[in-house]
Design a protein around this ligand. Structure first.
Ligand code: FAD
Length: 399
């Protein structure tokens, strides 16, 4: 068995006894895993927290921490949202500007003060918050989960560092979560059906740059005609850095045969926006996929729940998944803890699924349809009228 660190004592301890069984294993230490562990600590449970990376670690993202994150943070610990807003690793953002294919701009003032924060720092902040004064949490960071099997006690989780036994699992391993993958493989083997996934995925690339002109406390979204339905973004970060990226529906990417890395470079070097990037070197451009919440994918199975990207909870309209990941981490933690206290698993799992469906799935299905409409520049110009957005309750003006 791999080395287990008991954080409550802040020092490594001997490998746990092979007959040891953890109450809950949480796979993944992104926002979903952090939300789960933060919620589970100090409840008298033995929690094993696994991630393939040591922290801090990078995560390909736009780094915009969406509005719903702040309410969940305060649920996890009163005052945590303001702590994040005032933290030096975060850039405060009050508005977004959407530029339509015609070049016309609309500015939307947000109802809540939000921040952008590079995931290298933000995810580490979350992990530290989850572990602050934590009792009962055992870390296995830097250990990749390679396989998951079942035994009498629950699960055997094989990692690059050893094998751990857990009564229940929370799969929070992101878009490539090993538990979600295993569950999907088993389901496909039984039903013989492979899920049509691509229409419920976005493909995106992002990089970092410094010295871009015209940047303020505004998140910029440029709906460029060549990449509809999709957009190029410029999101400001602390210390004059920006996160730049380009995202598009995965099906459109295949149809248009685009290489997103090359396209991002073209936008920055050759499009009408190029003047703002003159002499600005780009960092390495990295890509990753976004599993959309419109797929209605599975959220659990016997003995386990999935949270965050592992449960496909990204909003198709804006690509946001950090808030829903943190939230589903919290909700899954409550459900799993209750089963360990004797609650009926199928009732609790059903309630978890129903909650995610009512908070996310219904909206995400509607948003996925809007994304289809946004594929047409003409319709996008109509949908993007400030007067229409104001009628829908947004504080929007033309710029
Ligand atoms: C280009 C891009 C831009 C985006 N922009 C935004 C944005 O601006 N705002 C927003 O809200 N969302 C954005 N998203 C979505 C957001 O990144 C995700 O929704 C969010 O990270 C989901 O959190 P998570 O905890 O579920 O998964 P993750 O953050 O992916 O965390 C999963 C963790 O599991 C670990 N893991 C994976 N496999 C294993 C394994 N085999 N063994 C052990 N550990 C494993 C990983 O190391 C990782 O730490 C963007 C995504 C992309 C790709």
């Amino acid at each position: 068995m791999g080395k287990v660190i008991v954080l409550a004592f802040l020092r490594p301890v001997e490998a746990a006894d092979p007959s040891d069984v953890f109450d809950i294993g949480v796979i993944g230490a992104g926002p979903a895993g952090s939300g789960a562990v933060w919620r589970l600590k100090n409840r008298g449970l033995r929690i094993l927290w696994i991630d393939k990376d040591d922290f801090p670690r990078d995560k390909v993202c736009g780094d915009a921490i969406p509005y719903e994150t702040y309410g969940v943070l305060d649920q996890l610990e009163p005052g945590a949202a303001d702590e994040l807003r005032q933290w030096g690793g975060a850039e405060r953002i009050l508005r977004s500007r959407v530029y339509l294919p015609s070049g016309r701009g609309i500015e939307i003032r947000w109802k809540t003060l939000a921040v952008n924060s590079a995931r290298f720092q933000f995810d580490h902040w979350l992990v530290e918050k989850a572990l602050q004064s934590a009792g009962g949490v055992h870390l296995a960071f830097g250990q990749k989960v390679t396989d998951i099997g079942r035994n009498n006690a629950g699960f055997e989780v094989r990692t690059s560092g050893g094998t751990f036994r857990c009564r229940k699992l929370i799969g929070a391993g992101g878009a490539h979560c090993p538990l979600a993958r295993k569950a999907n493989q088993e389901e496909s083997a039984q039903s013989g059906v492979r899920k049509p996934e691509r229409r419920h995925k976005l493909a995106a690339v992002r990089t970092y740059a410094e010295g871009v002109t015209g940047v303020s406390d505004i998140n910029e979204v440029h709906a460029l005609k060549a990449y509809l339905p999709g957009y190029f973004w410029i999101f400001p970060l602390p210390d004059g850095r920006v996160n730049l990226g380009l995202g598009i529906l995965a099906t459109e990417l295949g149809r248009k045969k685009l290489d997103l890395k090359t396209e991002l470079e073209c936008i920055v070097r050759e499009s009408p926006l190029a003047g703002r990037f003159s002499g600005v070197p780009l960092g390495s451009i990295q890509g990753f996929e976004l599993p959309l919440g419109s797929s209605g994918s599975r959220r659990g199975g016997p003995g386990f729940l999935l949270a965050g990207d592992a449960a496909s909870l990204i909003d198709p309209l804006d690509g946001h998944g950090i808030g829903s990941a943190l939230h589903s981490g919290l909700l899954s933690a409550d459900a799993v803890a209750q089963t360990l206290q004797g609650g009926d698993e199928s009732t609790l799992w059903g309630a978890y699924q129903a909650r995610l469906d009512s908070v996310y799935y219904r909206n995400h299905r509607l948003h996925r349809r809007l994304v289809n409409l946004a594929g047409s520049p003409g319709l996008l110009e109509i949908l993007g009228r400030a007067s229409l957005l104001r009628a829908l309750g947004m504080d929007a003006v033309s710029v």
